[in-house]
Design a protein around this ligand. Structure first.
Ligand SMILES: [Ca+2]
Ligand SMILES: [Ca+2]
Ligand SMILES: [Ca+2]
Length: 345
């Protein structure tokens, strides 16, 4: 027999014969068709939209929400049920609890089940797993948990010093600093808050990682002009023209990578700009050749480190004395001194 011998239903929706209004869709039925109103609203939970209609979702087929082995998923209209499979003979890793099988929590039942160093137990359905605790990592071959050395990694964990511990690490600070509550960064100790930090004839200047006691008085032939600045005063008959015209003291703290631009005092600049060049040399404190002077223009300079591994050195303090000589045409050169109390932390 051949197909054309039978009366066949015509799919009016497919042929285009059917005319449905907007907001409706065409549904083919035997010997006719119907226009079904499209649902605009979302379907309620447990239903899904199929050709504009809300149909029950079969949760058991899509992703089984029930516990495998011990439960069976039963689909219902708009929902599903997890039915515990009966029988007292539970598979390995499960136990009968009176009404069905239930997972054994091996981690609670046997506290020592994962007892290797750095191991922790994770309960899973029908079994358990031993994983590494935080701060430990599984060895690629032996799979045993090993301490992670947080201090040797690329990431810098601590502001100053890092000490590895089994299962963790601890930060510590350089001298003159105290560990912040966050256990990572370091705060400077203000030693000047201590009443006995300096003597009576000294004032205290706090600096990162240290502090400096500076005399309140200037040396002979000098007068104090503000904190840390001594200006030469030569009274009649005194031969002190060879002494530096100005002695200024700076207290600076630097993390190791540093460049130090010095603010040259206005008085010195007045002299130098009117005349010519300033020569800068180290008078004291650069015996190890750790520093170099870079001239910036006529009367400015910058101090930088000479060693590329400067940042790896232990913290240290140094007093650098920089001598500046201003050469003047046919006149006696003018000298001045910068006393730099530097702390590298
Ligand atoms: Ca288990
Ligand atoms: Ca560690
Ligand atoms: Ca300090």
């Amino acid at each position: 027999m051949q197909a054309q011998d039978f009366c066949r239903d015509v799919d009016e929706c497919a042929t285009g014969e059917a005319k449905c209004e907007e907001g409706t869709y065409c549904e083919n039925i035997l010997a006719s068709y119907q226009c079904v109103k499209k649902l605009k609203k979302q379907c309620p939970n447990g239903f899904m939209k199929v050709h504009g209609r809300c149909l029950d979702k079969n949760e058991c087929r899509t992703n089984n929400p029930c516990q495998p082995i011990i439960e069976q998923c039963v689909n219902t209209v708009g929902s599903y049920k997890c039915v515990r499979t009966g029988g007292k003979n539970c598979p390995k890793g499960y136990r009968y609890d009176g009404s069905g099988c239930t997972d054994k929590n091996e981690c609670i039942e046997n506290k020592n089940i994962c007892n290797g160093i750095g191991e922790r137990c994770i309960n899973i359905l029908g079994s358990y797993q031993c994983a590494c605790k935080y701060g430990f990592r599984a060895h690629p071959i032996t799979k045993q948990c090993e301490d992670v050395d947080e201090c040797s990694g690329k990431r810098r964990r601590c502001a100053h010093k890092c000490f590895n511990t089994i299962g963790g690490y601890q930060c510590a600070c350089n001298t003159g600093f105290i560990l912040h509550r966050n256990k990572v960064t370091c705060n400077d100790v203000n030693e000047c808050n201590r009443p006995d930090a300096c003597k009576n004839n000294e004032y205290c200047v706090n600096s990162k990682g240290t502090f400096v006691c500076l005399p309140k008085e200037c040396p002979k032939h000098y007068q104090l002009m503000g904190q840390g600045t001594c200006v030469r005063v030569c009274s009649d008959g005194q031969d002190c023209t060879d002494l530096p015209y100005l002695i200024r003291t700076f207290v600076r703290a630097r993390s190791k990578a540093f460049m130090l631009r010095l603010p040259i005092s206005i008085d010195v600049r007045k002299i130098s700009s009117a005349t010519g060049f300033v020569d800068f040399t180290f008078k004291q404190g650069n015996e190890k050749n750790l520093f170099k002077i870079r001239k910036l223009g006529k009367a400015r300079m910058m101090i930088t480190s000479t060693k590329p591994n400067f940042t790896h050195m232990d913290p240290f303090s140094v007093k650098l004395v920089v001598l500046g000589v201003i050469h003047r045409n046919q006149k006696v050169p003018v000298k001045f001194e910068y006393h730099l109390m530097l702390n590298f932390y």
